[in-house]
Structure formats: C-alpha cells, structure tokens
Design a protein around this ligand. Sequence first.
Ligand code: PLP
Length: 431
Amino acid sequence: MSCEFCNLPQEALREELLTLARQYGQIRGMGLSLDMSRGKPSPVQLGFSDEMLRVISRGDDCFTEEGFDTRNYGLADGVPELRRIFAALLGVNEEEILLGGNSSLTLMYDAVCRAMLFGTGGGALPWKDQGNIKFLCPSPGYDRHFAISERFGIEMIPIRMTGKGPDMDEVEAYAAGDKSVKGMWCVPKYSNPTGETYSPETVRRIAALRPAAPDFRIFWDMAYALHDLDDTPDALENIFHLVRGTAGENMVLGFFSTSKITYAGAGVAAIVSSAENIRRAKAEIAYQTISPDKLNQLRHAKYLKSAENVRAMMRRHAEVLKPKFDEVVRIFQKELGSCGFASWTEPHGGYFISLDVLPGTAKRTVELCAGAGVTLTPAGATYPYGKDPEDKNIRIAPSYPDIPELRTAMGIVCACAKLAAAEKLTGQTAV
Ligand SMILES: Cc1ncc(COP(=O)(O)O)c(C=O)c1O
C-alpha cells in the first residue's frame, strides 16, 4: 500500500495522530446529530408523490378500469392496471407478476418461510426437513437479506463481489457441488451497497445454473431496478426472459416494490417469477389473506399512470439524488484521495456508496463517527453474520440528508477514517 499517509515515518504519524485527535475533539464539541444509517428517500422525494394522496378521495374513485370495487374483497392477483404497469417496467408478462402489500422484504421473508415449511413445490421436501441448508451471499450485500437467512438458521456462504456481480466461478462450484445449497441472494442492479450491476455474462451464467439441489432458488431483488442517477445508466439483462421455457424457469424468484418510487414502506410490492411459481405463491398466500390492500394498489395505478410516466418520475428522483452522490464522491476525493488505503464506488444509480477504509478500521471509524454525532450503518452489517473479514467496508447512504448536512457528515466520516487509520498504524488509541 503506498500513500502519503501510510508512508509517513512513525514519528510523523504520531504527530498526525495528535492533530487528527485534536480535530476530532473540535468536531465532537459541535454536538451534531445526523442519522445516515439507512437508505431512505428524502422529504423532497416523498413530496413528489403527494398527488397520490388525492387520487382517491371518495367512494366513486375506488373502482378499477374494469369496474371492480377495490373497497371489497377480491382481486387476489392485485389491481390489473398496476400489474400492467409493473409488467411493462420490468419487461415480463402480467401472469408472471403477483402484487402484494407494502413491502418486498416481507415477500422475501415469506418466500423463504414457505420453502422452509412446505418446500418449493413439485414434490420437494420442506427445507426444514433437509438438514443443514445453505445460501450463497454475495458480499458486501444487503444486511436484511442476511438477517432473514440467519433468522431461519440457514448457513451463509459469502461470495466475493467482482464489480460485475458475484464471482460466478465460486457460485457455480458451490451450486453444482453441494445439494444443501438452496439459494442465493442477489441485488442485480445497483447492488446494495456496492452500486454495481451484474454484467450480461454474470446474469447469463446465473440463468444457466443447474444446481445440484432441484429446489435451489435465486432471490432476485430488484429494489433499484429503475433507479438510474445519470445519463449513462447500467443495463441489466432480463433474467426472466433467459430462464423462460428452460429447465431453470422456476429457479428465479424476483421481488420489486415502489418503496423508492412513491413512499418507502407505504408503496406496493410484487413477486415476479414463472407463471407456475406465481400460481403456487398465490395458493399459499390465500391462507394468509383474502386479498391485498387494493385501495393502495389502485391509488398507485391512478397516480403512476404508465411505465413511461414512472420513468419520468425516476428522472425527478435522480435530479435530487445525483448532486448528493456527487458531493460524497467530491469530499472523499478531496479528503481521502491521497490515502492509498481508501477506495469507494461511484455508482450510476441506486441508493448507496460503498466506502472501503484501511483494513481493520471500519468498526473503529463507525464508532468514532457515532461519538461525533454521525450514525452510520454498523460496520460489518454488509457481510453475513455481521462479520466483515477485513473490517474495512462502510455503507454510505447519501439520500436522506440535505446537501449541507451531507457535507458535514462526510467531512466527519473522512476525519474519523483518517483518525482510525492513524491509530491502527501507530498502535495507539487517541480518543
Ligand atoms: C436491496 C433492498 N431490498 C429491499 C429493500 C426493502 O424494500 P421494501 O421497502 O419493499 O421492503 C431495501 C431497502 O433498503 C433494499 O435496499
């Protein structure tokens, strides 16, 4: 590793440590309180959808185009006009979509739960009756995916992310070689937290997987499928087209929601999969509910109107988000650019920037930030079991704060990353 900072002689490093510690003391004295722990839309972004609160205001507004009264039970597949919009946005057929409630995470949890309790269908044994089972976990990844696996006692195997998606040699070897490997978590577009998009080759190799376990399932989380930030967006190969009509048709379970399109946690979520998987899921969900919240679905259909209109909305989101991402990158470049130990992603979309600090200092950096009033996602959260093997990855969520707050927070993150590095390199704790 060669950088101005790391190459300082010990004496100069100790001086630097004292300077950084003094600076940290001043920051602490500012009494800040900034929460950047989760990727939430900002109030400005939420305001874009406030028109949605007005599209249904009386009983007469509650009917679908075909005249169905959404105030009543029925329409278990969801409101048809919203299904059509989702199908157009995701490039799939309407019978490959099942609309649900407010959260795609709930649908993912339920899909794992169903497979555990009842199996994946076609005579497969429930996962709970197959001994120790495992999931492949591209890492760094989404902490809540890993939390679902952990909750169900599913062993997690970390898979290295390459910048083009997971290391497919590893994925193929595990999937083909071990029948107890039952699934893989994927955020294929603008992955959380690295922001990378799976390359066409990666997606084709995933679609072509022929795992040893016939009940292997890919959890394809399209949380950021439409969330481009700039004029050179990443393109994602359509895995549903690739598997349709093949032996792997039922292998992919897709998930989507409008949490970062309309309202977070108050949008509409969907399962996207083969027509057969959709029929199966629907039959099981029928035990849980008579029908989903169709009023919210209709509100979304009336407000979103068309796939084209949703794409226009996403451009408005990007106008707010892009300057925030640019600001984070500008500050990292300015403050950490000469530190060879730090690197970060510059994604073309999504909600996160992934920052790597000096190995062995991510936890300490996050701890120092907390002490200075900036709450970040806990270090390690982006890895299975909360254990970053190199203790270097920190997830940055630039969406919620306004730009002055973001500027302050990122300045503090950089100061803390340098202070933690100086502590590590001198073997001294300064604060
Ligand atoms: C990758 C990913 N999937 C799912 C979610 C949650 O989605 P929902 O609000 O639809 O449950 C998030 C939220 O941050 C996310 O980053």
